[in-house]
Structure formats: C-alpha cells, structure tokens
Design a protein around this ligand. Structure first.
Ligand code: AMP
Length: 617
C-alpha cells in the first residue's frame, strides 16, 4: 500500500488534486490527460451511468434535472438549511428529515455520494500520474464549515475509497502554499471568493508556524451569485427587446430550465471575459430569434457591486476578532476564481490598504497548500506546524434552554474542555445532553449538533457530578463524552452529527460507488460520444431551421440523410459508429454553417437583414 498522501481542493465549482514534487520540493497540481488542471465539480446521473467533470458540465444545459453542480453548498445540511437556495437549483431536492437527499437520474443520492464521485475522479487522476494506488488525502473545506459539513466531507472521502487523514481550512491551506515560498514573519489576510462560498481568515506566520487568529465568511456568497444577478438582468433585457417573438411563440424563458441554464452559462462566460476585457458581446440563439447584446465591465460592476460589498463586513469582523486593524495586515492573499474580477481586487485593496498578493494562481493555491499539508503529514517537511481555530463556539444546553459554552470560537485546535454538570430533579436516572454550535445565548437559536442520553444511578437533585468533555481533533471534528463521577457506573458517549450518515449508509454508498464505477468505465466513453452527437444534432437542427433556404436542395438532402444516420447510430451502443456519424453530420453542415455565419456578420455590420432572416424562420 502506498504511503503517499495527496492534497485535494474539493471546490464548489472546480476541484483539483496536487502533490509535492520530491525533486523540487514544490507543490504541483496534477492535470488530466488533456492537460486541464481543474475538474469541474459537476456530476451527471444519466440512464447509462455517472459522468463527472467536463463532460458532465457540458450537458448541464441539456439535462439540468439530472446534473448536479454546487453540491458543496448542500454538504452536511438538512432540508430546512437549503430550501431557499433549492429554488435556484434545477435538480430536485427532497423535503425530509436529516441529511438532504437529491432525486436525480431516477434515484436518490446524498451530497457526500455526489462529492465522492468527484473525489474518486481525482484519486484516479493521481493514480494514473503516479502509476500506483493512492489511498490517503488531505481535503480542504471552507473555514466556516461546521462539524456536520466536515463529517460529510470525510464521509465523501470514505465512499470514494480515500482515507481523509486531515481536513484543512481553505484559507489556511492557501497561506501554507504562500508561506512555503516566503517564510517571512507577519500577519496575513486570506480573502477567498470562490463559486459558492466566501471566507476570510487572519493568520499569523512566525518561524514556520501558521496560526489562524480569526475566521469569518458567508457560506452563501460567490461567483454563482454574480452569474445569477447577471442572468436575471439578461432575462429582463431579453423580455424587453424580444417580447414580440416571445409572445408569438408563447415562450416564458423564466419557466424553461434549459433556457435558464443556457442563460446562466452565457452570463458566466461574459463575466469571465469582462475580467480581462473592457467590453464583450453576448450572443444567445433561441428557437425563434437570436439575442445579441454588448456589455461593458461597468455594467457588470454595477450589478455585482452589492455582492462584493457584502464580503467586506466579514473582513472587518475577522479583523475585530483578531484584535487587529487593517493597518496591521502585512500581506493579503487572494484565493478563488472570483478574485479575478477587477472590482473585487479594488475593493479588497481599498479595505486593507495593500495590493493583494497574486503571485500564486488563485484557482490552484488551495490545492497547492493541501499538498504541502499532505507532505508535512507524510513526514516530508518537519520545520512547519499548522495551528487552526474552531470557527464557532461549542457548548451544552442547560436548564431553561441556555447554552453553556465549553469551547469559545477562535480557540486554537486540537483542544479539549471539561465542565461539571448536575441534575435538577430527585432520583433522575436519565440525563439528556444536547450539543450545540453557535454564538447565540439560547439553544433554540444555535445549531444542534446532536443529542445523547446518559444513564445514571438515582440520587437527590444536585448530587450527581457529571463531567462533560469536549474534544476537537486537528480536523475540527468534535467528540463529546459524559461521565458520572460519584457513582461507580460511568458512561461515555460519542456524539454523532445530526446530519451525518450512519455506518450502514456509508457502507451501502461504498458498495454502490463500486457498482456504478464499473458501469462508469464501460459507459463513460459511450456517453461522451452520445453527448457529442446530441450537441451536433441540436446545432444541425437549428442550422437547418434558420438557413435551409440558403442552400440548394441537394445539400439540404445530404444534411438530412446524415442527421438521420446519426440519430440511428445514437440510439445504438456502437461508439465508433456514433463518432463516424457525428463527423459526417459536421462535414455535411460545414457549408451551411459558413453561409449562416456570413448572414449573421452582414447583420452585425449594419444591415438588419440577417436578424430578420433568423427571426422570421
Ligand atoms: P472556485 O470556486 O475558486 O473554483 O471559483 C469559481 C468561480 O470563479 C466561478 O464562479 C467562476 O465563474 C469564477 N471565475 C473563474 N475565472 C474567472 C475570471 N477570470 N473572472 C471572473 N470570475 C471567474
């Protein structure tokens, strides 16, 4: 068995795997066979099997109900926690008690199972790279993840066949990657704005020791929200400009999941282009018309400004918790794809009064840090120590529903705390212990992590001495034990998170993942071929609809024959035949595509002719 430990950034939008290169001592991201470092955290449940990464992302628009993205937002959470955002997700989230369940591809899955598919793909990527099996990983999570969310991440690892030897906060990992390059002394602010979450951490770096002084953030804020406001704005604009066509065809785009998904993807692409360009053109073909619009960076900034501002409050709160002011910060590190947005950089720079550090790739910095942590654990680096903090206070409910805090937030972990409790009634034999996480005074306002009962001998009220011990390990995962000291009988119990998976469930999921893995390997290529065929069929259909009158009868007949052949091939299981038929359709429609492009260009150059042609058909 290999002793190798890989570092994994399990992201909301994209995930990466990295390791430390023994030759150079530097962390490196492992790319896929095509040289792509990022694996989109998207999993599609198709009738033929499970597809992950780029092929799954490509079919988002076509199979919105069976394609899961942003699942990190659902990890370790219950239906009540996510029902607001569930409205924006095109796949079905089932109402019910306990851990959230999704209904996709004709079956029920939990978020850890979906994440496990992503982890497994990264594990296999690493195994191909090293030519040996890999069983251990360090996985990163947002600093704000609570106990249940961390547990869910560990469960995902187990389902994927990975022992998650350490869970590290993402900003901590980022600073670790950064520290490896510059072992200076000072205070670092790590600002991490990804696809779905925002974190900020204040860390002190001294003599190779990283100490997290404070963390803060918002688990519901990220680039996905930028895309959403932009997509809604586009939707209004389309409705205003094309209401005639929409009314004529009785189309309500807002109620069409496929159209909304296309819109979201187009919005994201435009947002990304506007990070490096001042203006961009959006072109979206719909059934009866083509929407085209010029957008400037200023337009985008106006829309996302309130979202960017929402990140500044947590930054100020983290500074206050660390007992520091902005002037005390020596370095600012940017993490996450959304920090490429120029407005984000400007606002961060204004707040901290420093030019943010951008030497490391913001997409890769967390994975690189995870690899460094993995290297430390494997014994490769000995002059570095990692100290993390617990982001929320932990306590026990006592009489009257009051929270008794045992471990206050921002306590350096691993840590433990002990406190004595007693009973309020004579002859009480059952003591109910309710473990809570949060900053509020009353139990009802805090998050319930779990309940357990302790059986004791009957005694007068106030006599039993019940010692409750909280133990947080280096992963930030909590164990609670209770012991009655006066009687000989003692009991100690481990708390399970309210939204955790039980052993039997994890066992079943591991089995399932093996069953489906076999199907995956065999069918992935076939599914990809079918996906490509579907895309080509949609494009060919659209081109014929828009421009059939622009080509002669023979050409049209050739296209129709090729399309019919591809449809026939697609319904079978012969991958080569599908590939050949796809290529044939591409070849047959080449000329028509050029003619349409010419027509569209003429339209764009002033005459409205192309738009009229496209619109009328
Ligand atoms: P992460 O969760 O760190 O992978 O970040 C993903 C988010 O970053 C997504 O919302 C992307 O749309 C966004 N993103 C990636 N590249 C860029 C870019 N160049 N400009 C703006 N946003 C980007």
């Amino acid at each position: 068995m290999s002793s190798r430990i890989i570092g994994i950034d399990l992201g909301t939008t994209n995930s990466l795997v990295a390791y430390v290169d023994e030759a150079t001592g530097l962390p490196r991201v492992i790319p896929d066979a095509d040289g792509r470092p990022l694996l989109p955290s998207v999993v599609a449940f198709t009738p033929d099997g499970i597809v992950v990464g780029e092929p799954a992302r490509r079919q988002l628009a076509r199979r919105p109900a069976d394609t899961v993205y942003s699942v990190k937002r659902l990890m370790g959470r219950g239906f009540e926690d996510v029902k607001d955002e569930a409205r924006y997700l095109p796949f079905r989230i089932l109402a019910g008690e306990g851990l959230v369940r999704l209904a996709v591809g004709g079956r029920e899955v939990t978020p850890p199972e979906v994440s496990a598919v992503v982890l497994k793909a990264l594990k296999e990527r690493a195994e191909r790279h090293f030519g040996e099996s890999v069983e251990k990983a360090v996985v990163t999570v947002p600093a704000y993840f609570n106990d249940a969310q961390r547990q869910a991440t560990k469960d995902a690892g187990r389902i994927a066949g990975l022992d998650v030897v350490r869970i590290v906060n993402e900003p901590t990992a980022a600073s670790l990657a950064y520290g490896l390059h510059r072992l200076s002394e000072g205070v670092v602010a790590v600002y991490d704005l990804g696809g779905g979450t925002f974190d900020v951490s204040i860390l002190r770096v001294k003599d190779g020791v990283f100490e997290v002084l404070a963390t803060n953030g918002d688990t519901h804020l990220g680039g996905d929200d930028f895309d959403r406001v932009l997509a809604l704005w586009l939707l209004e604009d389309i409705a205003a400009r094309h209401h005639t066509e929409l009314d004529r065809d009785c189309v309500d785009l807002a109620r069409d999941p496929e159209a909304m998904q296309e819109l979201r993807l187009a919005a994201e692409a435009a947002k990304i282009r506007l990070s490096s360009e001042e203006r961009t053109t959006l072109t979206l073909p719909f059934a009866g018309f083509t929407y085209r619009r010029e957008m400037t960076r200023a337009d985008l900034e106006r829309l996302v400004e309130p979202l960017v501002r929402r990140t500044l409050g947590p930054c100020r709160r983290a500074l206050a918790d660390a007992g520091l002011s902005a002037a005390d910060i020596d370095e600012v590190v940017l993490v996450g794809g959304s920090t490429r947005v120029p407005l984000v950089r400007r606002r961060v720079q204004e707040l901290f009064g420093k030019t943010p550090h951008s030497q490391l790739n913001p997409d890769e910095v967390v994975a690189l840090g995870a690899a460094v942590q993995a290297h430390i654990l494997a014994g490769g680096i000995t002059n570095m120590l990692l100290l993390d903090v617990t982001p929320l206070s932990l306590g026990i409910e006592s009489l009257g529903g009051i929270v008794n805090v045992l471990i206050p937030r921002n306590t350096t972990i691993p840590t433990s705390a002990r406190e004595m409790f007693t009973t309020s009634a004579d002859g009480q034999t059952l003591v109910d212990l309710h473990v809570l996480q949060g900053e509020r005074e009353l139990a009802k306002d805090c998050r319930s992590l779990g309940r357990f009962e302790l059986r004791i001998d009957p005694m007068p009220a106030g006599m039993p001495k019940i010692e409750v011990t909280f133990l947080i390990d280096a992963n930030g995962i909590l164990q609670v034990q209770a012991k009655e000291q006066r009687s000989d009988k003692a009991a100690s119990i481990e708390v399970k998170p309210t939204y955790g998976l039980n052993e039997a469930e994890v066992g079943r999921m591991i089995e399932d993942s093996f069953t489906y893995a076999e199907a995956d390997v065999e069918t992935r290529m076939l599914i990809e071929a079918r996906n490509e065929a579907d895309t080509v069929l949609v494009h060919a259909g659209r081109a014929l609809k828009q421009g059939a009158h622009l080509v002669d009868v023979a050409e049209r007949a050739a296209i129709e024959t090729a399309v019919a052949a591809l449809r026939a091939a697609r319904s079978g299981d012969d991958r080569d035949r599908i590939h050949e038929a796809t290529t044939a359709v591409n070849r047959a429609t080449e000329h028509l595509a050029e003619v349409l492009m010419d027509a569209a260009l003429k339209g764009a150059l002033g005459s409205r002719r192309a738009t009229e042609i496209l619109g009328e058909r």
